[in-house]
Design a protein around this ligand. Structure first.
Ligand code: MN
Length: 385
């Protein structure tokens, strides 16, 4: 696989994605048989290949964002606390692209215990990371990734408030302009991942996407779509195709993300599944399945809090329930509540009502109350989309 910069950078103003492909890798070429003597260039893209462009972000906002980045002396990047693949991947992708262009970049997230989650330690670009204490106190330009509310910046919240320009790159539906933050907002709830917006930003900056940057972006895309199960559109697979074409190691990413759990995780999972409750009549009779993981469950097998992230993905497999909820007790004793919906119930709205946020089908909040009391608050809020 060639490592030379490819030509998928969209011209400012936005080329059709079809035009971004390298010759030979675009639709209608490659292994697909084509009658001889029909020039590809003259053939218009079939209508089913033409993805809806633009989303919720207007051209002027894109141009202002690009100009802000191009004129900045230093670019300070941040993502949400307890970063997931999309948050960290999107941030490091832009960081690597900017550093590749010789720019000064610093990146961080505002956790009190500042450490990259074990699952994401394979991501390239971690040399860009600094602890929150070393982050610029008042950045000239700060860019946030996958951050729906300023509180999700944790220790970096004040840095954001003091930033001269604050560019928000996000895809949370709850991140609306009326209540949102930032001086410049690249927010598009129709994007499957923040990584989609990060990719577009990189291409609009005219910067090449190499294998390392692609690894970061792919991690964001594959985690936020649940391995291409949720929110899948032609654009999602087109993007995956562009990224895989850089030669990134998809097998290694899969292994790192889903096949590297410590054995103790299986024990905690077993305990959580053993105590799972099914309530077919809850959630307007669409069904609720829920369980919890205590600090003691984890302590018994020395399992760190971050390692129980995947429990919800097993609990949600119950076909009788539209809504799955997992309450995870963190090291401070607080309950971090994850909620998922299969499409009937809006868990984003429910979690927002309890001080959290997220998407209609994936959201969360923090509770100071034990599981039964928290469920008593949540149950009546589980209403139709
Ligand atoms: Mn995301």
């Amino acid at each position: 696989m060639t490592t030379s910069p490819h030509t998928w950078a969209a011209a400012p103003g936005g080329a059709e994605p079809e035009q971004r492909y390298r010759p030979g890798t675009g639709p209608g070429t490659g292994s697909r048989a084509r009658p001889q003597g029909r020039p590809t260039a003259a053939r218009p893209a079939p209508p089913w290949r033409r993805p809806a462009r633009g989303g919720a972000i207007d051209e002027q906002t894109w141009r202002r964002a690009v100009a802000a980045i191009e004129s900045a002396e230093e670019v300070a990047l941040a993502c949400h606390v307890s970063p997931d693949g999309d948050a960290l991947g999107s941030m490091l992708a832009l960081g690597l692209a900017l550093r590749g262009a010789g720019r000064h970049v610093v990146a961080s997230f505002g956790d009190r215990h500042f450490a990259v989650p074990r699952l994401l330690r394979f991501l390239p670009g971690q040399e860009l990371l600094v602890a929150p204490a070393e982050y610029p106190a008042a950045p000239a330009l700060m860019i946030t990734f996958d951050v729906a509310t300023v509180e999700r910046l944790g220790l970096l919240e004040d840095n954001a408030r003091n930033a001269a320009e604050l560019l928000v790159v996000d895809h949370h539906a709850s991140n609306v302009a009326a209540t949102g933050f930032g001086t410049l907002r690249l927010v598009d709830p129709t994007a499957a991942a923040t990584a989609v917006l990060a990719e577009e930003l990189i291409t609009r900056l005219g910067l090449p996407v190499d294998e390392h940057i692609a690894t970061c972006l792919y991690t964001g895309l594959v985690t936020d779509t649940g391995s291409f199960r949720y929110g899948v559109t032609p654009a999602v697979h087109d993007m995956a195709g562009r990224l895989v074409a850089t030669g990134l190691a998809t097998d290694a990413i899969t292994r790192a993300l889903w096949e590297g759990n410590p054995f103790g995780y299986l024990k905690v999972l077993a305990t959580a599944l053993e105590r799972a409750t099914l309530e077919p009549l809850a959630a307007e009779a669409h069904g609720l399945v829920w369980t919890y993981v205590t600090r003691d469950d984890r302590a018994a097998v020395a399992l760190p809090y971050e390692e129980v992230e995947g429990v919800i993905d097993v609990v949600r497999q119950a076909g009788e329930a539209d809504v799955a909820v997992v309450l995870k007790q963190d090291d401070e004793g607080l309950w971090q509540v994850s909620a998922r919906s299969k499409g009937a119930i809006d868990v984003g709205r429910a979690c927002a009502a309890l001080g959290g946020g997220g998407h209609a089908r994936a959201a969360g909040f923090t509770s100071h109350l034990p599981p039964d009391d928290t469920l008593a608050l949540l149950r009546p809020l589980l209403t139709r989309m």
